[in-house]
Design a protein around this ligand. Structure first.
Ligand SMILES: [Zn+2]
Length: 412
């Protein structure tokens, strides 16, 4: 650089060095050498190209590390974001074209490199550009803040008949997340699976916000048992990113796991899912002939809300005046109305229980429910055993019912 090339410009050793070299490690040393050779005075704190950010890297890293520790968030990786004011970047462009300087490294890139290294040493966790747990933001004025990346979880819910899936209104916790954990409404709000899931996730993950994406829901009269129905949730501001696994499972949540991120969540939300449903109705006449009619639903389409839903498989068994069926149908089919029509009864006479939700019905161990569907249900595991007793049912139960062997392609 020629002498007098920077009239009146205040510049730090890092910026002088980085204009001439793209090696982040040698910028400061190179800048000092150049300044000495050219007889230039350096101004580390008052640099107009970086706002003095490089002179305070250690201080800022210290502040950010303390903030991260103080937040109590369980963070396994981080990412550094740096904002350099537009005016500084414009001045650098002007200078580069005036001095015909090409190459080097931008203030933003060098600051990210140096801050990442300083933070890595203090935090002992890796920096990661993809799906980091926390993003630490800086500007020349200092550490600007910490933001926790959203977590995406996939779970499956269970529901007793008579309970809503979706909540009616918001209210409830008033946005504070400080709510009692029981399922039934303490605040006058009717119990719903949605509320139970939201409250559980908020507490288990220490999350500030919970947004559920439903991949299907169930009408109030439907029971959801077995593996349950999948749902996806986005958790914002989640601090318990590792210790949530220690949390006691919630009775409405059959399973819960972290998934990769937003793209995976979107992909999983867009799947076509099939419900494996057990149906039971007590009739005032012999059910034998009606069982055949129910089985003829297989391969047909039920129109619900203007859209056709395929009934992939249907099995039915008459037990005197009762009819038990197992149906695998595309989610959304109104099986209760369809069955009531076939059986010639009111819809209330048909009881429905979703025992699984799968991506493909083929190969699923479909089986009509045994006697006692109407009885108060024991927990699923006991039920599978009870159904396997010879008094209840003569069929072999090597698959252990819906709670036992699961189709390999069912997915969560
Ligand atoms: Zn500078």
């Amino acid at each position: 650089m020629r002498r007098g090339g920077l009239p009146g410009l205040r510049i730090c050793r890092w910026c002088l060095g980085r204009l001439h070299s793209s090696d982040p490690d040698s910028a400061a040393l190179l800048g000092s050498e150049l300044a000495a050779r050219l007889g230039m005075e350096l101004d580390d704190a008052g640099c107009q190209l970086c706002g003095g950010i490089f002179a305070s890297i250690d201080m800022m890293a210290e502040e950010a590390a303390a903030a991260l520790r103080g937040s109590g968030a369980e963070v396994g990786s981080f990412y550094v974001s740096v904002e350099i004011p537009r005016s500084s970047a414009d001045l650098e462009d002007e200078l580069r074209s005036g001095l015909r300087l090409s190459g080097g490294i931008s203030a933003k890139r060098l600051a990210i490199r140096l801050l990442t290294r300083a933070l890595g040493a203090r935090l002992g966790i890796p920096a990661r550009a993809e799906e980091p747990d926390a993003v630490l933001s800086f500007s020349p004025r200092g550490f600007r803040g910490l933001s926790l990346s959203p977590l995406y979880v996939e779970g499956r819910y269970l529901k007793p008949a008579g309970e809503r899936t979706r909540r009616i209104g918001r209210g409830g916790c008033g946005g504070t997340g400080r709510v009692p954990r029981e399922v039934a409404g303490a605040s006058g709000e009717p119990a719903s699976v949605e509320r139970a899931i939201e409250e559980h996730l908020r507490l288990a993950f220490g999350a500030e916000g919970v947004t559920i994406t439903w991949t299907g829901t169930d009408r109030e009269h439907v029971e959801v048992a077995g593996r349950g129905r999948p749902f996806l949730a986005k958790l914002s501001g989640a601090k318990r990113r590792a210790s949530w696994v220690m949390e006691e499972p919630h009775p409405r949540i059959a399973s819960l796991r972290l998934i990769g991120g937003r793209r995976e969540a979107e992909l999983r939300a867009s799947r076509t899912l099939y419900d494996v449903v057990e149906a039971y109705a007590e009739l005032d006449r012999d059910a034998e002939e009606l069982a055949g009619l129910v089985e003829s639903m297989e391969g047909t389409e039920l129109r619900t809300g203007g859209r056709g839903r395929i009934v992939a498989r249907a099995l039915a068994r008459a037990e005197g005046r009762a009819l038990a069926a197992a149906i695998c149908a595309e989610h959304g089919a109104d099986l209760r109305s369809a069955l009531a029509g076939i059986l010639g009864v009111g819809a209330e006479a048909v009881r429905l229980r979703v025992v699984d939700v799968v991506e493909d019905c083929e190969g699923y161990p479909l089986r009509p429910p045994g006697k006692g569907f109407n009885a108060r249900r024991p927990p699923c595991r006991q039920l599978a055993q009870a159904q396997g007793t010879p008094e209840e049912d003569q069929e072999p139960h090597d698959r252990g019912g819906p709670q036992g062997a699961l189709p390999p392609h069912g997915g969560i």
